[in-house]
Design a protein around this ligand. Structure first.
Ligand code: TEU
Ligand code: CA
Length: 563
C-alpha cells in the first residue's frame, strides 16, 4: 500500500451551524471556527471536514446548495473562508469541505432556469419528465426523506422532476456531460484556492438504474427503497474516475466518500492505490440492525455485534487501504448513546465506557475521524414532542412509525433515539448560558446536560473524556509508535470472549494489544506474552499477575507487548 500524507493524521468533523456563534444570531459561523483553530491544534487534530457552508436555503441544513461559489452570509464571507484556510495551514491543519453534487438546491440558478424552460439546456441538467396529473409516476422509489422521489416542477402541472432526497434537492443529471464539466470546474476552483480536498456526499446515488422502473413495495406507503435501484445501477465508477482524473488526482487531494451500498469487489476501486477516493467512511457499525421498516423497528446494537462489525471492516480492508473510523457524524445519534448499552452513560461507569468506546474505535487501522463534541462525550438530547424536532429525516420517521401503528409516545421514543438533531445540538464549550455557544438564541436547543458535560470542566481534569482523547491522538502522533498505530495490521485476540473487544496492532518491531471490557462486570483475560508497558488506561490501575490481566467493568487499556 502506497503511503499518503494524510495517513497518520487524526481528522475532525465540524458542523458549522452548531460549533460556535460569534455574532449572536444563534448560528455558528466561520469566525467561530477560526477562533477555535488553536483549540483543534491543542487537541492534536490534523484534518478538518466542514459540513456545508455554501449559499443555501438550509432546507436540509446546507446539503441543498444554491451557489457552489459563495459562502452563505449566515456562515460568513469568502474572506472569512480564505482566512480560515490560511490560518489552518499555519497550524498544519488541512481543511476539506463537503462536496454535495448528487443534487443542488431548487433555488440554484440551474434549477430556476430549468423551471423557466424545462425543454431547454438547463432542463437537461436534471431529471425532468412530462407527466399528466393522475398518471402513475415513472417509478415508485421512496425519497430518503419520505414520499415519492417525483414532485411537480414548480410552475408546471405537466412536468415532474426527480429528487432522491428532499423536494428542495433536485437530482443533477450526471449522464449529461455538461453537468459533469460544471462540477469539475467548481471542484478545481476550490482546490486552486488551497482546499485540501472534500468529503463527498451521498455519491453513490449519482448513478441511476435507467430507464426508470418500479421495484417491489417495501412499506405501507407502496413505495420502494432507493437501495433496490442502487443495487442494480452499474457504472458509478466510470463517473467517479472521470471526476478524479479531472480534479483530485491533479492535486493529490484528500477525498473521503460517503459510500453506502458498495459491492465488495468494488472496494479496491474505491480506496485502493488507484481508487477514485483516498478513503471512505466505515459504516459497518452504523448500519447494524437497520431494516427496511424504519427507525421504530431498529434494535439496540450489542457490544458483540459492534465488535464483529469492526473486525469485519478491518478484515476486508487489510490489503486494500484505509477506511475512516467513526462512532458518529451529523446524520447519526451520538455514538455513546447508541453503542453503549442503555443507561450506561448515566450510570456509574459512564465516563469509563465513553472512553472505552472512543478507544476501541480510534485504535482500529484506518483514519480516525472525530465528530465535534465526541471528544467531551456529548450525548443524545431529548425532545418531548415532534414540534421540538428540527431534523427533516426524524419528522419523516415519526410519520413512518405512526403509519405502522405505533402510538405518538412510541414514535417519539424512536425519534429520540435516532434523530439527527442528537448530533446537531450546539457544542458544549462551558457552563455559561447556552453552553458558551452563542450570546443569542441558539438555532437548536442546547442539550440541558451542558452544565455537567462541557469542555471547560474537562480541560483541567486529568481523568476527563477530553484528556483521554488527547492522549489517544498524542499516541497516534508519537513517532515511536507510528508504525504500529498507523500501519500495523489488526488481528483480533480471543474474539470469542463475550463482551470483550481485544485486538493486536502489529508492526515489524512492535506489538500493541488493545483491550476493552464492554460490560458491567470484571473479567480475567489471559495475556498472550510479557507486557513491556501500559501505554494508555481509562482507569487509574491495571492489574496484571501470573499471565492474567484483570480488567474492571468498562476498563480499556493499550499494552505494549514484548515483541
Ligand atoms: O447523507 C446521505 C444519506 O442520507 C444517507 O443516509 C443515504 O442513506 C445514503 O446516501 C444511501 O446511499 C448525506 C448527508 O450526510 C446528509 O446530511 C444529507 O441530508 C444528505 O446526504 C443529502 O445531501
Ligand atoms: Ca453567527
Amino acid at each position: 500500500m502506497e503511503r499518503k500524507w494524510w495517513h497518520g493524521l487524526t481528522a475532525y468533523q465540524i458542523y458549522p451551524k452548531s460549533f460556535l456563534d460569534t455574532n449572536g444570531d444563534g448560528i455558528g459561523d466561520l469566525r467561530g471556527i477560526i477562533s477555535k483553530l488553536d483549540y483543534l491544534q491543542e487537541l492534536g487534530v490534523g484534518l478538518v471536514w466542514l459540513s456545508p457552508v455554501y449559499a443555501s436555503p438550509l432546507a436540509d441544513q446546507g446539503y441543498d446548495i444554491s451557489d457552489y461559489y459563495r459562502i452563505d452570509p449566515r456562515f460568513g464571507t469568502m474572506d472569512d473562508m480564505d482566512e480560515l484556510l490560511r490560518e489552518a495551514k499555519r497550524r498544519d491543519i488541512a481543511i476539506v469541505m463537503d462536496l454535495v453534487v448528487n443534487h443542488c438546491s431548487d433555488e440554484h440558478k440551474w434549477f430556476r432556469e430549468a423551471c423557466r424552460n424545462p425543454e431547454g439546456k438547463y432542463g437537461r441538467f436534471f431529471y425532468i419528465r412530462k407527466h399528466q396529473r393522475g398518471e402513475p409516476m415513472p417509478c415508485n422509489w421512496r425519497s430518503y426523506f419520505g414520499g415519492s422521489v417525483w414532485s411537480e416542477l414548480p410552475g408546471h402541472d405537466d412536468y415532474i422532476y426527480l429528487h432522491l432526497f428532499h423536494r428542495k434537492q433536485p437530482d443533477l443529471n450526471w449522464e449529461n456531460p455538461e453537468v459533469r464539466r460544471e462540477i469539475y470546474s467548481m471542484i478545481n476552483w476550490w482546490l486552486d484556492k488551497g482546499l485540501a480536498g472534500f468529503r463527498i456526499d451521498a455519491i453513490i446515488n449519482i448513478k441511476k438504474a435507467l430507464p426508470f422502473r418500479d421495484y417491489p413495495a417495501d412499506r405501507e406507503d407502496g413505495l420502494s427503497s432507493v437501495d433496490n435501484m442502487l443495487f442494480e445501477a452499474r457504472g458509478v465508477l466510470d463517473f467517479l474516475n472521470e471526476m478524479a482524473d479531472e480534479t483530485f488526482r491533479k492535486y493529490d487531494a484528500f477525498t473521503v466518500g460517503e459510500v453506502f451500498n458498495e459491492k465488495p469487489e468494488e472496494l479496491p476501486l474505491f480506496i485502493g492505490d488507484k481508487g477514485c477516493f483516498s478513503t471512505m467512511f466505515d459504516f459497518g457499525e452504523t448500519v447494524l440492525n437497520q431494516g427496511s421498516e424504519g427507525w421504530y423497528a431498529q434494535k439496540h446494537v450489542t457490544p458483540e455485534q459492534y465488535k464483529a462489525a469492526c473486525f469485519e471492516s478491518q478484515r476486508k480492508t487489510r490489503d486494500t487501504g484505509f477506511l475512516c473510523n467513526i462512532i458518529e457524524n451529523h446524520d447519526e445519534p451520538r455514538g455513546v448513546s447508541r453503542y453503549l448499552p442503555e443507561g450506561t452513560c448515566a450510570g456509574a461507569y459512564g465516563v469509563a465506557a465513553k472512553k472505552l468506546l472512543g478507544g476501541v474505535n480510534f485504535m482500529l487501522r484506518g483514519l480516525p475521524f472525530l465528530y465535534q463534541g465526541q471528544e467531551i462525550g456529548m450525548e443524545n438530547t431529548h425532545c418531548a414532542s415532534i414540534e421540538e424536532v428540527d431534523d427533516i429525516s426524524a419528522r419523516d420517521q415519526y410519520r413512518v412509525a405512526l403509519d405502522a401503528g405505533l402510538s405518538p409516545d412510541e414514535a417519539m421514543e424512536s425519534v429520540n433515539r435516532f434523530s439527527r438533531d442528537n448530533a446537531r445540538t450546539p457544542f458544549q464549550w462551558d457552563a455559561s448560558a447556552n453552553a458558551g455557544f452563542s450570546a443569542g438564541t441558539p438555532w437548536l436547543r442546547v442539550n440541558p446536560n451542558y452544565r455537567e458535560i462541557n469542555l471547560d470542566a474537562q480541560r483541567g481534569d486529568p481523568d476527563s473524556v477530553w484528556n483521554f482523547y488527547r492522549a489517544l491522538i498524542a499516541l497516534r502522533k508519537n513517532p515511536a509508535f507510528r508504525e504500529a498505530v498507523v500501519y500495523g495490521q489488526t488481528t483480533p485476540y480471543l474474539p470469542e470472549l463475550a463482551n470483550v473487544m481485544a485486538y493486536f496492532r502489529r508492526s515489524d518491531a512492535q506489538t500493541l494489544l488493545v483491550v476493552g471490557n464492554c460490560q458491567d462486570t470484571a473479567q480475567k483475560i489471559p495475556l498472550p506474552g510479557t507486557v513491556k508497558q501500559v501505554l494508555l488506561n481509562n482507569l487509574r490501575e491495571c492489574v496484571m499477575e501470573h499471565g492474567t490481566l484483570s480488567v474492571r467493568p468498562w476498563q480499556f487499556v493499550i499494552l505494549e507487548m514484548d515483541a
